[in-house]
Design a protein around this ligand. Structure first.
Ligand code: FAD
Length: 412
């Protein structure tokens, strides 16, 4: 009998298991994948995520693997430029974009070192219920015979097609439809740094240096472009760069050599799912997912893994009833992520509503305000620094925005 079984060993699962094991709990992690392995996801880590890795003593493994440090951001939205970098926090003066082969393996190793038992190639097919509570899982290793494994709590960290969520009947809420698809791949021969640029035709391009001297390139487009894209992805990928930043399209043709296949994905709708019930909880994409446009999935997975592990520890150690601790986790998760969720869903429309056109336009006028905004995007500066009524007043005053162009209503 385990204290906790965690299904899924990537960004949400391994940290949850690691933190519980560090508290002395008996934890089993099951994943149908083996590690190191890739998954369909770009992999930019905001400072908030790096701070968690630092707290957990895992950041050095990412840096020591030669992951390039990024110290300048080139962010633009329909002609509004934000070029700068968020203020360093706790010595973190760079951001990183480690391959998931490296990052996820580092997390799994961290869980194992902490004392969690990690079983790879184990596919969970069902849950065991007794008296209305989840008390374990059923599944098999390497397609072998079915086994039953029992625990006080089962955590679904098994991504957006979560088996745990399906078996407990977790309901989606606050769903916001996604209008986008993404294609990405890896290139040699480019020295571009980090660019995050949205054009005028509901198309976006992103570039990040990553491991092995490669640059990861991604495009996100509105679904209205999907049919033509599928007919010739190579041509459309280049055409998207041409459309958003013509000089980058030209350089990509001249110098860029694609070294891996394109990874395409039609983005699922944005959602929250019920985060807990008797004997179970969901963490990471299993319980909450949003468009990759803001690159916040992994940061949120780390934050929520820590929140959940803290609450599970309270329940397991008898500090408070488990169901109460898990209910508290659900509330904390939703409150913590509300602003990022809303910001992501809004900007992922790839069109700027009046409020963001006015505020980003003003922010782009000054390096100080740009760095503060990049800090908000990185999660290290509170949104109120700019988006409270006083912050907006200061922003518009300092950047000289005429009264008639000022927008204060965030829903405008
Ligand atoms: C195209 C794309 C680009 C993205 N770009 C970024 C980015 O730049 N930055 C960022 O922070 N976030 C990004 N994200 C989001 C990020 O990938 C996710 O938020 C993050 O991976 C969630 O981690 P997770 O551990 O919850 O789930 P996952 O990473 O999906 O891991 C789930 C694990 O569960 C296992 N599993 C599933 N079902 C079972 C089962 N039945 N039995 C056993 N094991 C099972 C899987 O094998 C997998 O290993 C992107 C997402 C996508 C799709």
């Amino acid at each position: 009998m385990y204290d906790v079984i965690v299904v899924g060993a990537r960004c949400a699962g391994s940290p949850t298991a690691m933190l519980l094991a560090r508290q002395g709990h008996r934890v089993l992690v099951l994943d149908r994948a083996s590690f190191p392995s890739d998954t369909v996801s770009t992999h930019y880590l905001h400072q908030t995520a790096l701070l968690k890795l630092q707290d957990w003593d895992l950041l050095d493994a990412i840096i020591d693997a030669g992951t390039p440090a990024i110290r300048k951001m080139h962010f633009s939205f329909q002609g509004i430029e934000l070029n700068g970098f968020a203020e360093p926090v706790n010595g973190i003066d760079a951001v990183y974009c480690p391959r998931r082969t490296l990052l996820d393996d580092t997390l799994v190793t961290g869980a194992r070192k902490a004392g969690a038992e990690v079983v790879e190639n184990f596919s969970v097919s069902d849950l065991i219920f007794e008296d209305g509570r989840v008390v374990g899982v059923r599944g098999s290793e390497n397609k072998g015979p079915k086994r039953e494994l029992r625990a006080k709590v089962v955590v679904g960290a098994d991504g957006f097609h979560s088996t745990v969520a399906r078996r407990v009947g977790a309901q989606n809420y606050n769903v916001r439809p996604s209008a986008n698809f993404i294609y990405y791949s890896y290139y040699r021969g480019l020295d571009w740094g980090l660019h995050h640029k949205t054009g005028f035709n509901r198309r976006w391009i992103g570039t990040w240096p990553t491991n092995d001297d490669l640059t990861m390139l991604a495009v996100i487009c509105n679904r209205s472009h999907l049919k033509e894209f599928r007919q010739d992805p190579e041509k459309q990928f280049l055409a998207t760069f041409d459309d958003v930043v013509p000089e980058m399209g030209e350089e990509l043709r001249e110098k860029g050599e694609r070294v891996e296949p394109f990874r395409p994905m039609r983005n699922p709708d944005n959602y929250y799912r019920t985060a807990h019930g008797p004997g179970w909880a969901l963490v990471g994409d299993a319980g909450y997912h949003k468009d990759p446009f803001t690159g916040w999935g992994m940061a949120d997975a780390f934050l929520h893994a820590e929140m959940l592990a803290d609450r599970l520890h309270e329940g397991l150690s008898g500090e408070r009833p488990m169901d109460e601790a898990l209910a508290d986790y659900a509330t904390a998760r939703d409150e913590e992520s509300e602003a990022v969720y809303d910001f992501t869903c809004t900007l992922a429309e790839l069109d700027l509503p009046p409020f963001f056109r006015a505020t980003l336009g003003a922010i782009g006028q000054s390096r100080k305000w740009t760095d503060a905004m990049l800090g908000i995007i990185a999660g290290t500066v509170h949104g109120d620094e700019i988006f409270s009524p006083e912050g907006l007043q200061r922003l518009y005053d300092e950047t000289g925005v005429p009264e008639e162009e000022r927008v204060y209503d965030p829903t405008a």
